[in-house]
Design a protein around this ligand. Structure first.
Ligand code: PHE
Length: 339
């Protein structure tokens, strides 16, 4: 090979080898093989040579071009591989780095008590039934033996949506809806939100109730107390007892208030039970004959009991919460205590 071709080739190969990245390699290659490159320029000089010298010289230029091309390809592959591995190194995650802990939430105390109540009564064969939060006057009052002008309507301050519709004041409305559809034997548990125009440390305009209803042949007040004893033992303490006091609800006859022996002092008397040893937890009674009749159930054949409790009230007693507002403020420092 002619000396100047040899030198050109060596210089080109050296420049290709020195290219630090794909871009520099491309530029180096174009400097020789590009349209205006030095190898391309050599071809143009062929015309100036005598005819017989052309083939041999042309072959030498070809040789230079092929060597440059081959070397450029090898370099390109090398550079692509090292550029890829450099990028992968740069993007590498350090899997040994300690993770950031996700904060775990807790169940709201009202949800916990509600779930616990469902567990207790589902274990006795109760079925869940949920009624609507917006009720009409019939289900919330009239069918529950509380006609218009009945003085018992004043026991609960009602939010009216319109003349006929209201926000239910008690889950007892669900008793009627269920008994219209289903005939005895009935064992229903009905959780839900209720609304009353009432607002202080232990009352809130929206709260939750759990209603229970059992209707069958030969149901007595003893059946009610037996089930509530079991509820008190599971919810409060193994040693809990219940006591029934006479009361009044239009839809039950007789009606009772149910007290549970104080779980804080065991019945000796303390600030929680105001020294009495007992805490009032719910209202209940034998389903009034009129209510059964309103739902097409023969009160001479069937009897039943019903109970209704405030879930917030149970949660406050169980966990020693002294203000019902804590249950709706959603302060995580408060909520995190219920693990
Ligand atoms: N609905 C009554 C209340 O809200 C509670 C209750 C339910 C009483 C069932 C007796 C029977 O005060």
């Amino acid at each position: 090979m002619e000396k100047h071709l040899q030198e050109l080739l060596e210089q080109a190969l050296a420049e290709l080898s020195a290219a630090a990245d794909s871009r520099a390699l491309y530029e180096a290659k174009m400097k020789y093989l590009g349209r205006a490159g030095s190898v391309s320029a050599l071809y143009k000089t062929l015309k100036t040579l005598p005819q017989e010298a052309r083939p041999a010289y042309g072959q030498q230029i070809n040789e230079v071009r092929v060597q440059i091309e081959t070397h450029a390809e090898v370099r390109a592959a090398d550079l692509a591989a090292s550029e890829l591995s450099a990028r992968l190194m740069g993007e590498r995650e350090d899997v040994t780095m300690p993770g950031r802990r996700a904060r775990r939430g807790t169940l709201h105390p009202v949800t916990r008590v509600k779930n616990q109540l469902i567990d207790i009564f589902a274990g006795m064969g109760f079925e869940i039934f949920e009624g609507p939060e917006i009720e009409n006057d019939y289900y919330n009052f009239t069918a529950l033996n509380t006609p218009a002008d009945h003085p018992a309507r004043d026991m609960q301050d009602t939010f009216y949506v319109s003349g006929e519709f209201l926000l239910r004041t008690q889950t007892s409305a669900g008793q009627i809806r269920l008994m219209e559809k289903k005939k005895p034997p009935i064992k229903m548990l009905s959780p839900g939100r209720v609304f009353r125009s009432d607002d202080d440390a232990t009352h809130s305009p929206m709260f939750h109730q759990m209603e229970g209803l059992v209707v069958d042949k030969h149901i007595t007040l003893c059946d009610l107390q037996g089930m509530l004893d079991e509820f008190a033992r599971v919810m409060f303490s193994e040693a809990s007892k219940t006591r029934l006091r006479p009361s009044y609800f239009p839809f039950t006859e007789p009606s009772v208030e149910v007290d549970v022996s104080c779980h804080a002092c065991g019945g000796k008397g303390c600030p929680l039970c105001k020294g009495t040893g007992w805490i009032e937890v719910l209202g209940a009674g034998m389903v009034n004959r009129r209510v059964l009749e309103n739902c097409g159930i023969d009160p001479d054949k069937y009897t039943g009991f019903a109970f209704g409790m405030g879930i917030e009230r149970i949660a406050m007693l169980k966990y020693g919460i002294n203000n019902i507002k804590l249950l709706t403020e959603n302060d995580v420092r408060f909520l995190e205590q219920f693990r």
